[in-house]
Design a binder for this molecule. Structure first.
Ligand code: ADP
Length: 163
């Protein structure tokens, strides 16, 4: 049983993340999408909300589960009996940070391999940050996220605007 961990903030999950999850789910027996509790200081969605949105967005994959974790990724991977970590690579700009992180994680635990996957080219410009910005400005994000995420964005940003 080969298990891979896909960690990230997923604030919120986008079609780019979903593309990576789908690719990983074809290669591994089990994919654990792991929402990092300690990430950006002021997330739009709580870790529990992000987890629910991921679950709603991936409802058709049997071998994908979603979890929230905190602390060191390498320790979480061991705890889950994971064999590897998946990260998405969009453009050269992702490389430097991802490269540093992969080597640091290897330093912390030699057994944890990091694998990189490229999404479909049309998703390579997509980020949660951009989706949040577009939604905040009232733009249409339906080409970038699932209907559930789009609805949650409208509700959250509508509520924020009403306050
Ligand atoms: P973080 O906040 O840790 O960078 P994100 O939630 O932004 O995490 O993303 C988690 C992982 O998914 C990262 O490896 C990131 O590079 C990757 N990723 C984000 N957006 C895309 C995308 N559009 N296509 C492919 N990979 C992506």
């Amino acid at each position: 049983m080969r298990t891979v961990i896909y960690p990230g903030s997923f604030d919120p999950i986008t079609n780019g993340h979903l593309d990576v999850i789908q690719r990983a789910s074809r290669l591994f027996d089990q994919v654990v999408v792991a929402v990092a509790r300690n990430g950006s200081k002021q997330p739009l969605f709580t870790p529990a909300e992000r987890k629910t949105l991921i679950e709603q967005s991936i409802s058709n994959h049997d071998n994908v589960t979603v979890d929230v974790f905190e602390g060191l990724l390498v320790e979480y991977v061991e705890q889950q009996s994971g064999h590897a970590v998946i990260r998405g690579l969009r453009a050269l700009s992702d490389f430097e940070y991802e490269f540093q992180m992969a080597l640091m994680n290897r330093k912390l635990n030699e057994r944890v391999e990091t694998l990189f996957m490229m999404p479909r080219a049309s998703y390579s410009f997509l980020s949660s940050h951009l989706v949040r910005e577009i939604a905040t400005l009232g733009g249409d994000v339906s080409a970038f996220v699932s209907p559930e995420v789009r609805e949650a964005l409208t509700k959250r940003l509508g509520q924020a605007g009403a306050n």
